[in-house]
Design a protein around this ligand. Structure first.
Ligand SMILES: [Zn+2]
Length: 185
């Protein structure tokens, strides 16, 4: 099934769609240097595949990050990506203790899996088509950071990643999970 990831809070355009059968993330056609609209700065999308015992299947789990000026990339599951982490913290309105939200004006589009379930059951958590009869559930988080100055927002968030995580970023320590879908477990 093809599912909407996020809409721009400024102009209402859809930024991307998730095809959960692939799974594949399809960005909206590029326009004015961004995807779908000129306001998108970051888009972070996770489709976590979980078996009936609650164990994540890394082979089927997908994490994507789209960055204005850089495009879309697939992030290996189970590794912390500091830019993804930073974008997710801002989008979930839980910045690092002692840190103010970005000074660049921004708005958030998209929802956590838990919010999608509350909004419309079956849109945040749904069965995935699995090979060899394995039952897997997909947990779908996806959001974007939008701004009327998206380039400035990208710069500001990137600076924070370098400042706070520059020394550790090379290590790539293991992540237990992305930690943002706990509301639906
Ligand atoms: Zn827009």
């Amino acid at each position: 099934m093809v599912r909407e990831v996020a809409r721009c809070p400024y102009c209402g355009r859809v930024s991307a769609r998730l095809d959960d059968a692939g799974p594949e993330l399809v960005m909206a056609p590029e326009r004015d240097g961004g995807a779908g609209c000129r306001h998108l700065a970051f888009l972070s999308v996770g489709l976590e595949a979980v078996d009936p015992g609650g164990v994540r299947d890394d082979g089927r789990t997908r994490v994507w990050l789209w960055v204005r000026g850089k495009g879309l990339r697939l992030v290996p599951p189970g590794k912390i990506d500091y830019l993804v982490e930073r974008v997710d913290l801002i989008a979930c309105q839980s910045p690092v203790v002692g840190e103010a939200p970005p000074a660049t004006e921004y708005r958030i589009g998209g929802m956590t899996a838990g919010d999608r379930e509350r909004d419309r059951p079956g849109t945040g958590e749904f069965p995935l088509r699995a090979a060899a009869g394995r039952r897997l559930v997909g947990i779908f988080d996806g959001w974007g950071l939008y701004s009327t100055s998206p380039d400035a927002l990208v710069e500001e968030v990137r600076r924070r990643v370098v400042r706070h995580d520059g020394g550790r970023a090379a290590g790539g320590r293991e992540a237990g999970s992305r930690g943002r879908s706990s509301a639906v477990r």
